[in-house]
Design a protein around this ligand. Structure first.
Ligand SMILES: [Zn+2]
Length: 357
């Protein structure tokens, strides 16, 4: 089958062997698969990613000397059942799934393993037990946004909001936008969002941000203070001992070195910070800011099966403006170029790959 392949650090188009479903697994056709920021990271910082995952332990890291097919944000069509399956869903059914396959040796990540090619190939193998049928009438393009939306839903769940917080979202790339959509669904408002890109600020508004801030012109924290101040009182210092503010809930959705420290310096005392951006490099922080302000920092990753299923349901119900996120579609031949294009936030948010093209 044809696929966009990470081979020796480069993205090439070639054929790879069709995957064969094992016990409890199914063979699917990849209908559409989004390119994720993590794919860009893995392409650029592959060796670092492998080194870190080896040190963290758990799932075995990718072997970069062998072919890898990325793609974990997919909608697929069921083609065939492997041995030991219930065959509950008929071939032809459109499905979504968390990008995980259970094997006798433990779970493997679809799209970040040498054995399980992701959605940038024509075929994939998935677990029958993890398949969720795509509701009738929902397009494959929109269904493919389930995975990135689930990331936002999970981040907001992990924040365990009480309901009186004023959220601030730093960074409005796909992750920040998913967080904004999830905040809106929870009706945690007003939602303040910051991004240097005018196009992304516009998207943030479409997805539910009430106030958007250009950090080059206005401090996001100043904007937050103005909205969160109780009785309109804005004290001179953000870290005054008893801030007359509603509780601060900050979502860091950038994931590059230096941003965490900026957040620690900018937020008010007692803020809760949810780190959703995936920084793959070594970062430096001054703990004294966190200590003095008694900050609470929660790192998050992924989602639960329930959150994943909920994300698909919410998209199907039209509660999330999925279409706004999609800025391009390519075949496997266009993947390499799309990886470069995604560096420009003015042009692109989510590029979808259709491997059958
Ligand atoms: Zn992703």
């Amino acid at each position: 089958m044809r696929a966009a392949i990470l081979r020796h650090g480069d993205l090439v188009v070639d054929t790879v062997p069709d995957p064969v479903p094992g016990p409890g697994q199914v063979l699917v056709k990849s209908l559409v698969c989004g390119i994720c920021g993590s794919d860009l990271h893995a392409h650029k910082h592959g060796p670092r990613m492998v080194d870190v995952s080896r040190r963290i332990g758990g799932r075995p890291p990718m072997d970069l000397s062998r072919d890898i097919v990325f793609g974990h944000e997919f909608c697929a069509e069921l083609l065939d059942h492997g041995p030991g399956t219930t065959r509950k869903l008929k071939p032809g059914t459109r499905v979504c799934s968390m990008p995980i396959v259970m094997t006798a040796e433990g779970p493997r990540t679809v799209g970040y393993s040498n054995e399980f090619p992701g959605g940038f190939a024509e075929r994939m193998v998935l677990n029958e037990a993890l398949l969720i049928e795509v509701p009738n009438g929902l397009s494959a393009e929109h269904a493919a946004l389930t995975e990135p939306l689930a990331v936002g839903i999970h981040a907001v769940e992990k924040a365990a909001a009480r309901g009186d917080e004023v959220p601030l979202v730093i960074g409005c790339g796909p992750v920040g936008l998913a967080v904004i959509a999830a905040l809106k669904l929870k009706n945690l408002r007003p939602i303040i969002a910051a991004d240097f890109s005018p196009a992304r600020r516009k998207l943030a508004e479409r997805l539910g941000a009430d106030i958007v801030v250009d950090p080059a012109a206005t401090s996001p924290y100043q904007a937050w203070m103005e909205k969160a101040a109780i009785d309109g009182v804005v004290p001179a210092a953000v870290w005054s001992a008893t801030p007359p503010y509603k509780p601060a809930l900050i979502f860091e959705c950038v994931g590059v070195p230096g941003v965490l420290q900026q957040v620690f310096e900018g937020v008010p005392r007692g803020a809760r910070i949810v780190v959703v951006g995936v920084c793959m490099e070594i970062d430096k922080i001054e703990p004294m800011f966190c200590i003095s302000k008694e900050l609470n920092v929660q790192f998050v990753l992924g989602y639960t099966p329930e959150e994943f299923a909920r994300a698909l349901r919410l998209i199907a119900e039209g509660q999330v403006e999925a279409q706004a996120l999609i800025t391009g579609k390519v075949g496997v031949d266009g993947v390499k170029d799309a990886f470069e294009q995604l560096g420009n936030p003015e042009r692109h948010t989510k590029i979808l790959v259709e491997p059958w093209r």
